[in-house]
Design a protein around this ligand. Structure first.
Ligand SMILES: [Zn+2]
Ligand SMILES: [Zn+2]
Ligand SMILES: [Zn+2]
Length: 141
């Protein structure tokens, strides 16, 4: 596990510090995307500011992306291999489960953005799509 964590950090040009390793480990082992408050709780009594800065580093280096949610502010999801330093390609939809409140990065849905001629007058910075419904886990039970 540790080797895997160090490897992932280094491939995103992040120096592995104990705090960065702890935060990344939680993001890998927990079965859902986590908010700052949730990570803080899991790593108690670690300092909130340090955890926050760690997450910002992950975002900057293309390791994680923030998702804005209505219920718990920003939560953080690990990126796919496509993301690099200062260059995110997370244009996948996020699925919000209305039962368990989990937010899932979902590549099970495909969106095709069709750019029409007038689109060139817009500068698109980010595409965010949220789908709401019941997730596969909740559908099973
Ligand atoms: Zn990303
Ligand atoms: Zn669910
Ligand atoms: Zn995502």
């Amino acid at each position: 596990m540790n080797a895997q964590i160090i490897n992932l950090l280094e491939s995103n040009h992040i120096k592995p510090t104990p705090m960065r390793m702890l935060v990344l480990e939680q993001m890998m082992v927990q079965k859902k995307n986590l908010s700052l408050a949730e990570i803080e709780e899991l790593l108690y009594p670690s300092d909130r500011i340090t955890i926050y800065r760690t997450l910002q580093t992950f975002v900057k280096q293309g390791l994680a992306h923030p998702i804005e949610t209505a219920h718990s502010g920003y939560i953080y999801a690990l990126c796919s291999d496509n993301c690099k330093t200062d260059n995110h390609f997370d244009n996948h939809p996020h699925f919000f489960c209305e039962k368990c409140k989990k937010v899932i990065c979902s590549s099970d849905f495909l969106f095709n953005l069709e750019y029409k001629p007038n689109a060139k007058f817009y500068s698109v910075e980010k595409v965010e799509v949220t789908i709401k419904g019941i997730c596969p886990d909740c559908n099973k039970s």
